[in-house]
Design a protein around this ligand. Structure first.
Ligand code: AMP
Ligand code: ZN
Length: 448
């Protein structure tokens, strides 16, 4: 299969180090607030990645982290810690905030039928290992201390700018004058932050005889090393992670362990809503619950996401979501019809579908193949394995009374008793079923 690799800026044939353990790391959410639909898009695309690897005979070992400490509101090591901000907003402890939003995120992860990661790693469970990593970087001469923390000296890591193709001179010229004057270089970043006297930061650990907490990037470098080892196969995240977060992860990991951190980097683009950037201040965010209130299942949203490509800039609208919902219903109904009509056996269509997705996760091309061919029930099961859209799950679920009503309707029609036939149709509709007459006889389908 081919994947676009941010590291080389090329579409490349993906070859894992060991197909029976493909090491994958996904930067997970900061668990401090309700995620909006934009936040979920990347996890949906990475779900497709995992499912595609599996259908190509590989076995992924995948780690997802939950950032429950240390992610400041600005990527530039200033602003509040997002968890502290959440705690203040809701008058709860930071630990309660982390617990609540972690649970909430994982529940929605399940609702979207996303394959569960092999390891779900909470940043706060790796503090000792973070400290070991900072110590190792210090031992190797990469760090320096300021009054507010331990910083990574990016000038000591000659390839620092390579990953994001950063223009460091330009960065320097654009830096604010008052910007942390103790830093040696604008691109230097905090590995560890000290808590000043009187500063309100409930999550705190002792290091260098002072209370403090880890910087954001160190958790990923640490968790990857602890759970997956030195060189991993694929690292995923949003495009916003390229210039700061992932650049810093690479610097920390490669400086400390002296091994290439990762072979393939995949980055998902941002979606807009009604043509605008998604933001709370614009009031244009949707949570999955808000979509459910409007009659859209999380899997309808997943369908919408998979209609596009992870590298594309996509615009979300309720109108397009409605179209995705009816496409999913249409597929679901085709699957249940195939089942009832005994069109069961898997066909070569599945090979074509997988081939399309193997080209850099081109689900949209696969969807066109699905739309323009007759699929058997096992083909639909394959489509479900690949996309996790819940199409075949309820295929056996028409209750007996539905089957009986369909028989009675057939009988009534044979007897030209159309009034009774219509009445039965209404009764079925009340229960969210319809009857569709096909050349091979009537089949039940879902009304919505
Ligand atoms: P935030 O909590 O706002 O920092 O978002 C967490 C992550 O979600 C970001 O780092 C992005 O990778 C991703 N994200 C945020 N907004 C969008 C969006 N509109 N489209 C796609 N991904 C997004
Ligand atoms: Zn990360």
């Amino acid at each position: 299969m081919k994947l676009y690799n941010t590291l080389t800026r090329k579409l490349e044939e993906f070859k894992p180090q060991n197909p029976s353990e493909v090491k994958i790391y996904t930067c997970g959410p900061t668990v401090y607030d309700f995620p909006h639909v934009g936040n979920y898009t990347s996890y949906i695309y990475w779900d497709l990645l995992i499912r595609t690897l599996k259908l190509n005979g590989m076995t992924p070992k995948r780690v997802l982290n939950l950032t429950d400490v240390g992610h400041l509101t600005s990527d530039a090591d200033d602003g509040d810690d997002k968890l502290e901000k959440g705690a203040k907003r809701e008058n709860k402890t930071v630990w309660e905030i982390a617990e609540f939003y972690s649970k909430y995120f994982l529940e929605n992860y399940e609702k979207l039928n996303l394959v569960k990661p092999d390891v779900i790693a909470r940043a706060t469970d790796y503090i000792d290992e973070d400290i070991k990593l900072v110590d190792e970087l210090t031992r190797k001469g990469y760090t320096y201390e300021t009054s507010d923390g331990v910083y990574f000296d990016t000038s000591k890591f000659p390839t620092y700018a390579d990953f994001a193709r950063l223009d460091l001179d330009h960065l320097k010229a654009g830096a604010r004058v008052d910007f942390n004057s103790e830093k040696k270089n604008v691109s230097d970043f905090a590995l560890w932050k000290f808590i000043k006297e009187g500063e309100n930061h409930a999550m705190r650990w002792d290091y260098l005889n002072r209370p403090g907490y880890p910087g954001w990037h160190i958790e990923c470098a640490t968790i990857i090393h602890e759970e997956l080892g030195e060189t991993i196969d694929i690292h995923t995240g949003g495009i916003d992670h390229i210039p700061v977060h992932h650049t810093n992860e690479i610097a920390e990991s490669e400086a400390a362990f002296e091994k290439k951190m990762c072979n393939f980097w995949l980055h998902c683009n941002f979606i807009t809503i009604d043509g605008e950037k998604i933001s709370k201040s614009l009031g244009n965010t949707y949570t999955l619950e808000q979509l459910e209130e409007k009659g859209y299942m999380p899997l309808d949203f997943k369908m919408w996401v998979l209609q596009g490509h992870f590298q594309g800039t996509r615009n979300f609208s309720l109108l397009d979501l409605a179209a995705a919902k009816s496409r999913r219903l249409n597929w679901k109904n085709k699957a249940v019809a195939a089942k009832q009509l005994g069109q069961i056996r898997k066909t070569t269509i599945c090979d074509e579908i997988l081939k399309a997705v193997n080209e850099n996760l081109n689900s949209a091309a696969a969807f066109s193949i699905i739309d323009t061919n007759e699929l058997n029930f096992e083909d639909w099961q394959f489509v479900d394995e690949l996309f996790g859209l819940g199409l075949t799950k309820d295929a056996d679920n028409a209750p007996d009374f539905v089957k009986r009503l369909i028989e009675e309707r057939e009988e009534a029609r044979k007897n030209k008793d159309f009034a009774v036939a219509d009445e039965i149709r209404d009764q079925l509709a009340d229960n969210n079923y319809i009857v569709k007459d096909t050349p091979d006889g009537p089949v039940w389908q879902f009304l919505s």
